[in-house]
Design a protein around this ligand. Sequence first.
Ligand SMILES: Nc1ncnc2c1ncn2[C@@H]1O[C@H](COP(=O)(O)OP(=O)(O)OP(=O)(O)O)[C@@H](O)[C@H]1O
Ligand SMILES: [Mg+2]
Length: 335
Amino acid sequence: MITMLPAQGVDETVTPPTIPVPQVFLDLLQTENKEGSRSGETLGDYLLGDLLGTGGSAEVYLAEHRATHKQVAIKILSECATFEQTEFFFNEAALLASLSHSRIVHLLAFHEYPVPYLVMNYLPSGTLRQQHPEGSIVPPHMIINYVRQTAAALQYLHDHHIVHRDIKPENLLLDTDHSVIVGDFGIATTVSPESQPEEIALDDAVVVGTPKYMAPEAIEGHAQPASDQYALGALAYEWFCGTPPFTSDFLACLIYQHTSQPLPSLREKNEHIPQAVEKVIARALAKEPENRFPSVTAFASALERAVTHHQITAIHLQHWDEYGQSANDQSARSR
Ligand SMILES: Nc1ncnc2c1ncn2[C@@H]1O[C@H](COP(=O)(O)OP(=O)(O)OP(=O)(O)O)[C@@H](O)[C@H]1O
Ligand SMILES: [Mg+2]
């Protein structure tokens, strides 16, 4: 299994396997978007503008309503989408239609013809990945805000027995006031509150997600609310020190690290991080879901307490800024 996996796609969402791992990973990682740009075309009542983003099975455009001139974001299913990807797209529409939360992207409409497309509110400030490119260190007060806002959206989902399964910086959008809005429900799924994860037969389990941020149980096809907490913990880890907990160009290696390797010390990567903060992050990243916080909001509160109580003091902050600045300079140089 380890040698046959490709050295690509560890940042990409792996979507919908109906066949067993690892063939699923191989097939889906090799899916490429083969479409050209539709900018300038008309779709229903909308004129398509700039391409905002492209994923494995969809393109997202800035668009304008022809009559009202309201700006929206339109996510269009690729004509190359597989049957399973099409199912996931319709699932995304149905899930989004059932959700109403200030920290979750808002579905305005869904159309099936001439191609299936979702119309969403347009978030003009980009994604957290665009805001903080790979290698960036984020100031603690911003990390707390990002984690708290994302956790609020995730808690709402978990209370409604939904797991997002793809929390990563590319799927966290920023509103005009720079608050976080959770997007991309492409692989979100409902979980039955009654069934215990281990009761799901592996054959029935669906393995999807972004390997860089995937919890061990999600890798094994048993995603559950605690898997979103793990992904958010991995993001917080990355924001604190500039690299995710586990990195490799090799998918099999990443999977092995998430499932079997101890968490690399955060304080070794950034000496200014208080022990209490490292402890909180490590609990969110526990290999066993039951060893994590009881809820994603409990994780966010614990992180906030750890950062504020163990005062990353003015002196620390000054060092932090210097450290963050030099790390950010280095990452800019390497891009
Ligand atoms: N409502 C929105 N407003 C502004 N930009 C958006 C919006 N929705 C999506 N985008 C942009 O489009 C990109 C792709 O959107 P999304 O993640 O929903 O699609 P995807 O094709 O499923 O990607 P992935 O491969 O991560 O699953 C986002 O990373 C973001 O840059
Ligand atoms: Mg996405």
